[in-house]
Design a protein around this ligand. Structure first.
Ligand code: KPL
Length: 297
């Protein structure tokens, strides 16, 4: 029997991995919103690997069959509800991979569904939606998966490795997540506030100064958590990402422009909650959080 993955959160990244896992021989079922009563969905992927179309089975929270493997690629603020909605289909043996921007979702889910265990993933693959079910794969990237117990890779990880290039099992996934979070804290709120492309953060001297100050605050948290190298290299790492994604509109800028809720509570919000628990004050990051919350209302 083929490995069967359910995917909840059928935006660009969810569809990208649906396509990749299907091409690696896995069966795929997409999990739509409760209001989505279609029984299948047509997904087109264009870009780096040419053009491919799949018609995937679609289910929703009303479905009853057991889920063996679940990939969660929703927006951070939707992840807990999306997983809780299908909790009746999950068991302690279900493999659940949370591949969601930001941090803090794992803790939310562990509090609500303590019987389940989770893997954590992060990817720098670039993809965006051109329309319903129409995905453009815009850039290759690295995918990392691991769990807090730092166990060895489970058997299903082999499918991921054949599905997507540059896919690694990470014994220190927390560090990878902190790296992404720190970079996102420095870039996303600023681009959303100034309405600018990522690259403009390096071109405008005021923005560049703010980037440096944000990085200095974020590094205090990374240091306190023991991520010394991340802390030391944060500013240069952020500049590298700004350069490498210069023409991108950050996900937060896209959310603000579209009038959608942002992931700020799971990005800067998580940073500030962690800082508080460590007795640290990060005034500039706090100001960013406030400004984005104001903007999004
Ligand atoms: O992850 C990103 C995002 O937009 O959320 C960056 C790295 C900033 C690329 O745009």
């Amino acid at each position: 029997m083929n490995e069967h993955w359910h995917i909840v959160g059928i935006g660009a990244i969810g569809c990208l991995f649906a396509d990749a896992l299907a091409c690696a021989g896995c069966d795929i079922t997409l999990v739509g919103r409760p209001s989505d009563s279609r029984s299948s969905a047509l997904i087109s992927i264009d870009g780096l690997g040419g053009h491919r179309q799949h018609r995937f089975e679609l289910t929703n929270a009303a479905g009853q069959s057991a889920i063996d493997r679940l990939l969660v690629t929703t927006k951070a603020q939707d992840a807990s509800t999306a997983v809780c909605d299908i909790a009746h289909r999950l068991a302690p043996t279900t493999d659940i991979v949370l591949m969601v921007n930001g941090m803090g979702i794992l803790e939310e889910l562990q509090a609500q569904l303590p019987q389940l265990s989770f893997y954590l993933g992060t990817t720098t693959q670039g993809a965006y939606r051109n329309g319903p079910g129409q995905i453009r794969h815009a850039g290759t990237g690295t995918t990392r998966i691991g769990n807090l117990a730092a166990e060895t890779a489970p058997a299903w990880f082999a499918s991921w490795q054949s599905a997507t290039e540059d896919c690694y099992w990470d014994d220190n996934i927390q560090q990878a997540l902190w790296h992404k979070l720190a970079v996102n804290c420095a870039i996303n709120p600023q681009t959303a506030m100034y309405g600018c492309l990522n690259g403009e953060l390096a071109e405008n001297s005021d923005y560049l100064k703010t980037t440096g100050l944000l990085c200095a605050e974020i590094s205090q948290v990374l240091l306190a958590l023991g991520h010394h190298t991340l802390a030391q290299e944060l500013y240069s790492s952020v500049l590298q990402v700004i350069k490498g994604t210069a023409n991108n509109r950050s996900s937060m800028l896209q959310d603000v422009t579209a009038g959608r809720a942002t992931e700020i509570n799971y990005i800067t919000g998580h940073l500030l909650r962690t800082a508080e628990s460590l007795g640290l004050e990060l005034p500039l990051n706090r100001q960013m959080l406030r400004r984005i919350i104001e903007l999004a209302h």
